[in-house]
Design a protein around this ligand. Structure first.
Ligand SMILES: [Zn+2]
Length: 348
């Protein structure tokens, strides 16, 4: 390549609106990892933290801390250098040391990787205390129970990663015999939503299916705390606490991964366009989210390829990250496709 071209490119990549447009080399079926890393790299508060985070290999003592260390190094490289792509070899190595199933070079599921990856980052940063048991008076209001459960959870699991990604789900179990209801509150790192049978639907239809009341009968019957016996119950979900970053996983794959659904899910792409208020446990008029990244899976279950489409934090333009190559800006009306697999939203 002529020297003049290289110089010009370098200058372009030094402007704030071009930084971060850095590809990740594929080191053997690692597109699932590259796709997720690009989505996380465009999670602004995470990247801001990682760019300011300095660890040395010496202080990174646990396997999770090694992963955090390598990830922070990679993010710093992606957002400060003027190179077109970097190789995530050290991160892959650190991650495979902790999670042996990733040590070979097989294609993996991006959502599963995301969960393991965030869990490692969380564990590396977790300053929570262990051992305290949760005792909640059953006579308290649901909201009070939710708050106490959350505070207890936050004391155990205390990290920036939890602050950014974790929300709280309320599940309500109702006995069909006596009408008694019991609620439980659980943290969630993402929402795995089913797809309806129609070939084209709105994201809201998937969310409706997710929270929809479900009947637990037969072998699934829970024990009613009032009847003191197993009863047919209904179970439904609402969101008690909304996370800063909401990750929505479209369940395109069957449990066994033998089949893949190629429905088109029309998800909101514009700023503040996703309104989650109607899924909240409490009346809440202002729960707007803006899309900022998509992990796309193309092709069949066995093979297939992952890419990421992410919104640049400065230029607000969308780019496709396909391993080591980064596309020019693409229009917002091209984001929805049958490949969309994991959606990343930021609370507005
Ligand atoms: Zn009952």
């Amino acid at each position: 390549m002529p020297a003049v071209n290289r110089t010009r490119r370098r200058q372009i990549h030094n402007t704030p609106s071009e930084l971060g447009l850095c590809g990740l080399r594929n080191i053997g079926n690692t597109c699932f990892m590259n796709s997720v890393i690009q989505c996380l790299s465009h999670t602004t508060e995470l990247t801001r933290f990682l760019r300011a985070h300095h660890t040395s290999t010496r202080t990174a003592t646990s396997k999770d801390q090694q992963i955090l260390h390598e990830f922070a190094k990679l993010i710093q490289e992606m957002w400060t250098t003027n190179v077109h792509s970097v190789t995530p070899m050290e991160l892959k190595r650190a991650f495979s040391t902790k999670h042996r199933m990733y040590s070979d070079y097989n294609q993996q599921d991006a959502q599963e990787f995301l969960r393991f990856f965030l869990d490692s980052l969380h564990s590396a940063l977790n300053s929570g205390v262990k051992g305290e048991t949760l005792n909640i008076d059953d006579n308290l209001s649901d909201n009070k129970k939710a708050d106490l459960t959350w505070e207890w959870y936050a004391r155990h699991e205390n990290s920036l990663i939890r602050d950014l990604f974790v929300g709280q789900l309320k599940s309500t179990l109702k006995c069909t015999t006596c009408g008694n209801t019991s609620v439980t509150f659980d943290p969630f790192w993402d929402l795995s939503v089913p797809l309806p049978s129609s070939s084209r639907c709105k994201l809201e239809a998937c969310l409706d299916l997710f929270i929809r009341e479900e009947v637990l009968d037969g072998d699934e019957m829970p024990t009613c705390s009032k009847c003191k016996t197993r009863r047919k119950c209904t179970k439904s979900f609402t969101i008690q606490r909304f996370p800063k970053y909401l990750v929505i996983h479209l369940k395109r794959f069957s449990e066994t991964r033998w089949s893949k659904l190629s429905n088109i899910v029309e998800f909101p792409t514009a700023d503040r366009e996703l309104n989650m208020a109607s899924y909240g446990a409490n009346a809440n008029s202002n729960v707007h989210y803006s899309l900022y990244a998509i992990s796309n899976h193309m092709g069949s279950t066995a093979g297939g390829h992952y890419v990421a489409i992410c919104k640049h934090p400065v230029s607000h333009k969308w780019h496709e990250f396909n391993d080591n190559s980064v596309s020019d800006a693409i229009p917002e009306n091209c984001l929805v496709s049958s490949s969309a697999y994991i959606l990343f939203y930021e609370r507005a």
